[in-house]
Design a protein around this ligand. Sequence first.
Ligand code: FAD
Length: 438
Amino acid sequence: QNYCKPTGQIHDACCDYETVESVNDELFGRLHELVATPYFRYHKVDLARECPFWEEDGSCMNRACGVETTEEDHIPEAWRSHALGKLNETSARKTSSPAGCTEISDSDFCVLEDELDSEGVYVDLLENPERFTGYAGPSSARVWKAIYEENCFTPVPFVDASRPAFEGGTGFAPVSSGFGGLVGGGGGGAGAGGFGLAAGGWGESEKRLLGSLAGPRDPDEEVCLEKRVFYRVISGLHASISVHICDDYLDQRTGEWAPNLDCFITRIGQHPERLENMYFTYVLLLRALSRSGPQLVRTLDATAGERETRDRLEKLVRVADGCPSTFDETSMFSGGKEAELLKSEFKDHFRNVSRIMDCVGCDKCRLWGKMQVTGLGTALKLLFSYDAASPVDPGAPHAVALSRSELVAFVNTLHRLSESLAAVDRFRTLWAHRGEPA
Ligand code: FAD
């Protein structure tokens, strides 16, 4: 019996785990090839920007925290700042902020860096994989705390006590067997949902979450869909980062990089709600892909994407188009003035999260943190910048404009999440064969 496979409906999505996994089987290989093309592997980022919220006390000195940068003359001519500046004028309408170094327009969910900013460096993403760096302790804890406690609305996902949250649980942390059992945490189900919450290792935010799940809920306390989505997206990103850390982990005794099953169990396996949020984040990105395909291809055309890369992107979009719908964005921000206010609050919070990325004290983590927050912000922009009254026509001239770096960030973020799902599958196999001689 396979105890390690989540099954059933994913909350707040309109699909189940099985569907998402089969879609991922179709897409992962294509995404993996796409991010290896020159267009998608070179990215410009400013890693020197100061934390705007607190004094960051020193940066991570581990070798693994360092980023290898690429000289501008190694970047294909068409994507260098001066050339891209001309192309971007036609592909994306932008308004400079008063500070002149960041850009924000009403449709943006992120504070975007100016691609033409001379402060930024070029990075080859393939040469700087997201993996274990050793960045931890008060600095990283402060960043996550600031994100959850100050910017995530109330970090309490809604659980409808009237229906089982997971039919039969996620299957990932059963009460007496499975991952929870392995590390002694135990996975007692909480409330009706059978979340399989582990007893140990709770942060403040999750203690509140546990409290909220433990008993019958007052309907007035229920958190609205938009706020739940915000929390789920952040938690899903956090879970995906954790999966990459555990999947490409440095064994400090042998100096070898390899998957670390204990790391995965402690950070994810014991917390099925984190796993569910990771699937949810992928679902949201998938929806943005299938809904905005032609627009993504148009952005690539407008920013000198190569023919072969265009073909690959088009094929990816076509496959995604043929997949079942994963998320209903029209159920969000609908309902007049109040909804508009909520949307603007949602944007403000998300923009704040993008600013907090400058407080990450490890360059490699900052690179991928910024990239993925930009990628998620781009997905939100694609999903929510249309007039709710007139359903999307991505071919329409008024469709929201993207820059090359938003497209690069979106596709790479989709790939990060897709790879995390694939890694979870590998961890399942490791779990199934645990204890066997190598
Ligand atoms: P943390 O992951 O720091 O979590 C802090 C607290 O948040 C936990 O105690 C728990 O209460 C809660 N929590 C944990 N996961 C979730 C979740 N999914 N949903 C909701 N709540 C949760 N380290 C690397 O080695 N490589 C990287 O590439 C990397 N990138 C990072 C990017 C960013 C933006 C940040 C802020 C940190 C990054 N780190 C990276 C550090 C890494 O995320 C952890 O902070 C570090 O490994 C310490 O982990 P931890 O077990 O103490 O818990």
